[in-house]
Design a protein around this ligand. Sequence first.
Ligand SMILES: Nc1ncnc2c1ncn2[C@@H]1O[C@H](COP(=O)(O)OP(=O)(O)OP(=O)(O)O)[C@@H](O)[C@H]1O
Ligand SMILES: [Mg+2]
Length: 502
Amino acid sequence: MSETTPILSVRGISKSFPGVKALAGVDFNLYQGEVHALMGENGAGKSTLIKLLTGVYERDQGQIFLEGKEIRPHSPNHAQEMGISTVYQEVNLVPTLSVAENIFLGRQPLRFGAIQWQKMKTGAEAALQRLNLNLDVKQQLSSYSIAVQQMVAIARALDISAKILILDEPTSSLDSNEVAQLFKVVRKLKKDGLGIIFVTHFLDQVYEISDRITVLRNGQLVGEFETGALPRIELIKKMIGREFEAFNAQDDKRESSAEIDKKQFMKVERLSKKGAVVPFDLSLHIGEVLGLAGLLGSGRTEIARLLFGIDKADHGRIFLDNRQVAFFSPRKAIAFGFGFCPEDRKTSGIIEELSVKENIILALQAKKGWLHTISRKTQEEIAATYIRTLNIATPNADQKVKNLSGGNQQKAIVARWLASNPRFLILDEPTRGIDIGAKAEIQKLILSLSNEGMSILFISSELNEVTRCAHRVVVLRDRRKITELTADQIDEQVIMHTIAEG
Ligand SMILES: Nc1ncnc2c1ncn2[C@@H]1O[C@H](COP(=O)(O)OP(=O)(O)OP(=O)(O)O)[C@@H](O)[C@H]1O
Ligand SMILES: [Mg+2]
């Protein structure tokens, strides 16, 4: 293999699913010591390409070469043995086992049939050391943050043997410190000569860490570019296939701010729960978008859960339409006209075996009561509207949701809550994993629904999104409300500083 032979090269690879051509004759090259970003809209074919490389799916056509030799990976284990390792957003290790056991899962050192614990411990420590990580390897994996769990997954992958490391949206649920930690590791591995494939929807991260970019659109290769030579605006154009029209949220907002009913919808006094959030006050007007900003673990999700009645507050009072209400349950919250789009679509959102249409209709149906069926025609109309507006890539509304790409599943969940037309909607990280075009559509919808009188609590780690959509922003730090910003005070830099001080 010469200096210029790619460590991995893919020629004319294709893959179809019923009704979908996920990849059509795509080429891809990865070199040693580079970070190569794989970019494209939701459903463009990124994860499918990765699944072909790692033997999750079998290709219909095309060839894969590893160090110049053709390979046919037939399972993730097989790919791993050849040196191709993958770390997904969802850590696929065993949370209830120790760190050491996870690193040696399925290959524990045995002696006369018994596990050699000491050897495993030392081995695990050495594997982590390679990433400059010092962990107590006897601790249960779940006792560490998702970020650390991902590092353990990387350590495991590298320990087995790795020439190529694939990261498919690994940073979606990490905060900025954790991303920095992960990138430190990535830089080190790059120096060690690995080839790294990185999939993400965060453009900042692409420009921070990648050397080259391959763009896919609708299963086709758009091109391969040097990161430094491709301005952002060009990258976006290549991804979406047209000029990106950023909408002017400021205008929409100003219009609605003027109209925001001075009528209070909800007021919260000294609400608190031990270990979740210290006493805080909050008010929300009819037709207002209230943003919650803060780091992961700052209390954002905890507040959302209290307001929806999933967790019960220890103290405090809640008023709706100026009348005090007793602490309630999610069932009662729904009866009040609340909706809650949770942050983790896998555990509390998507129902994989149901169709796209059924997933979208679900919250509306629950609100109406299961005895009042929604006519087939209405169901189809609602589904069609959201599939169109949010550009959900699916062959039809009856496709099972599990067959959609990650970002398109997320869009279906958001559609579910928008379609249920609640009086008050809590959106916790609604655009995670969603591409830039659909993000703008969701932001637009949020503003237009608020114009129609919906009150919205909007939680997002992406500050520019909060500043765009919210009429007012509450900033949290360490489970405490620090400040509240209105109208012209809402500014990314100001929020960032408020979050960071401490
Ligand atoms: N198992 C499957 N069955 C049917 N269709 C599938 C399956 N897996 C993927 N697809 C379809 O193939 C296309 C490409 O999906 P893929 O998951 O590769 O997209 P992606 O680029 O990773 O998107 P995202 O950014 O949303 O993760 C999508 O239209 C998706 O619906
Ligand atoms: Mg994907």
